[in-house]
Design a protein. Structure first.
Length: 83
């Protein structure tokens, strides 16, 4: 399928035909992410919604803490920090 890029104000838009939107379950106003590949392809995907519990579940509890965390752990208060 070929589409034509169009000027819309100061932006250039790609109009997606209704059949494509229906096939992908997309609708106007939906937030998307846009990326490009080294080969010049455009990748358009629905924006993921993250839930804190899901992100925590993906963490490795046995992983070593990042090296740049050590200075924060050993730092003394310099103001009115609560301990």
């Amino acid at each position: 399928m070929e589409i034509v890029l169009r000027k819309y104000g100061n932006s250039t838009v790609a109009v997606l035909p209704p059949a494509v939107l229906k096939d992908l379950g997309l609708s106007a106003g939906q937030q998307m992410t846009l990326a490009t590949t080294r080969e010049g392809a455009i990748v358009l995907a629905p924006r993921r919604k993250y839930v804190l519990a899901d992100l925590i579940a993906r963490c490795d509890p046995k992983a070593a803490p990042p090296a740049d965390l050590a200075p924060w752990e050993s730092a003394k208060p310099v103001g009115n920090e609560a301990w």
